[in-house]
Ligand binder design. Structure first.
Ligand SMILES: Cc1ncc(COP(=O)(O)O)c(C=O)c1O
Length: 444
């Protein structure tokens, strides 16, 4: 039984009612939907989650990187009420005011090379759309310029094109064939560096040259799809590697797309995570944190790229939905007025400092602390080998103590609190995490 300023646990976890709902769901819903912790979310406010039994958690998940502006932010809720009161629930086919206002705000706060947006509903639609735009540009230059290069182990969504981009042969086995024009580079994990002054530029050229041996003609590269950090472990690329990749792409007139669906909207201490690499992309995919949970995603880029498809040949019924746009506009207003990008950088320093201190205490358990700003992953290891069992134990313990973290089903424990979290709640959550590691370490 736990009662602190921010946490309250006074039933078994999972509670009886959560178990009942999980049983009901398992009868009616595909099992793939239930990969996270068994907690029934009855209400979520700011950085806290409440179940129907009065238990209360500190949230380090942001409902998987959606609630950057905090759960049910009053300004966003008010905007939704206002939009509902207008009695307008329609589709993209006719324009509406909230879509005009959101897009105006979105392109105004971003750099001038992101001039237009195409709105969609799911992240996976946005990455597929970027794939289409990259290829449309490619074939406008040369009919065979269709090759897309992405990274093994990346996550771009669960539809066919997106899974082909991810390069996970097991997960995309169902597709039945490999697109001969999609190539994958190995991810440049930091632990591959040999020595402190490791040359990541050469590393990039060694890897890309291997694709040549697989038959790739560099002149036929339409574009690169880059997840700004690799999701499961918040793994960033070495900066020089991405800088060289973007230079190379420019030489071959290839489009560079950053998938910012998880990493955008202040999550990493910059508005977009690609800013850490100090490069200029051609296309940017957004989703998740763009609207504080309403289904909205988009592709942003230069007007000449976004306007490649003819009228009607790039569309999606629910895109530009007025309710989603109202939420997205209010979300941007909160990010701006509460200085959340700066807050993410500031609190991120605190988060990473504490995690690194924990790692020093448990060197036999924690091999890496990764991430930037308000996204972090601690990688659990046993004798140098990834330790999924230990990571799972820690995640479960934290849940029972009133802290929700992201379960990855891997050796990583991922942390992504709402950017609005109070400093003392962040620290309280980190204490719980440390306590959970300590107990799991002692076999309690
Ligand atoms: C980097 C990235 N791209 C794409 C997606 C797919 O987004 P959605 O689930 O909205 O289709 C995700 C979702 O986790 C993601 O993290």
């Amino acid at each position: 039984m736990i009662k602190t300023k921010y946490r309250k646990i006074h039933t078994d976890i999972p509670s009886e009612s959560t178990e009942l709902f999980l049983r009901k769901l398992s009868e009616t819903e595909a099992r793939s939907m239930r990969g996270q912790l068994p907690v029934l979310w009855d209400c979520a406010k700011g950085f806290q989650v409440f179940d129907d039994q009065g238990n209360q958690w500190i949230d380090f998940t942001s409902t998987i990187f959606v609630a950057n502006a905090g759960h049910a932010h009053p300004h966003i809720v008010e905007a939704l009420h206002k939009q509902l009161d207008k009695k307008l629930l329609h589709s993209y086919t006719f324009i509406n005011r909230s879509r005009v206002e959101f897009l105006k705000k979105l392109v105004s706060i971003k750099p001038d090379y992101l001039q237009k947006a195409f709105l969609l509903s799911a992240g996976t639609e946005a990455t597929e759309c970027a794939l289409k735009l990259m290829r449309m540009r490619g074939i406008s230059i040369n009919k065979e310029k269709l090759a897309i290069i992405s990274f093994f182990g990346s996550m771009h969504g669960r539809t066919m094109g997106a899974e082909m981009l991810s390069g996970d042969s097991k997960k995309s086995e169902w597709i039945g064939y490999k697109d001969p024009n999609i190539y994958h580079l190995p991810f440049p994990y930091p632990w591959l560096a040999k020595g402190d002054n490791y040359n990541w530029k050469d590393h990039f050229y060694r890897d890309i040259d291997r694709l040549k041996k697989q038959g790739l003609d560099f002149n036929n590269i339409a574009g690169f799809m880059i997840e700004s950090y690799q999701g499961w472990g918040a793994v960033f690329y070495p900066k020089e590697y991405i800088q060289e990749l973007v230079k190379f792409a420019g030489e071959y007139k290839a489009i560079v797309t950053f998938d910012e669906i998880q990493s955008g909207f202040g999550r990493t201490g910059k508005f977009f995570a690609y800013e850490h690499y100090e490069v200029i992309p051609d296309l940017v995919c957004i989703g998740k944190g763009a609207s504080s949970s309403l289904p909205l995603s988009a592709v942003l880029g230069k007007a000449d790229l976004l306007d490649l498809p003819e009228t009607g040949s790039m569309s999606s019924t629910h895109s530009g939905n007025p309710l989603c746009c109202a939420a997205a506009l209010a979300n941007l207003e909160v990010i701006e007025s509460e200085n959340l990008v700066y807050e993410s950088e500031r609190k991120g320093k605190l988060l990473h400092q504490c995690l690194n201190q924990i790692a020093v205490k448990y060197p036999h358990r924690i091999s890496h602390v990764l991430g930037k700003g308000m996204v972090a992953a601690i990688l659990m290891a046993d004798a140098g080998k990834p330790d999924v069992v230990f990571a799972t134990k820690v995640v479960e313990k934290a849940m029972r103590k009133g802290l929700l973290v992201v379960y990855t089903a891997r050796e990583s424990i991922k942390l992504g609190p709402p950017l609005t979290i109070a400093d003392d709640a962040l620290l309280e959550g980190l204490d719980v995490l440390e306590e959970s590691i300590a107990e799991a370490d002692q076999g309690i």
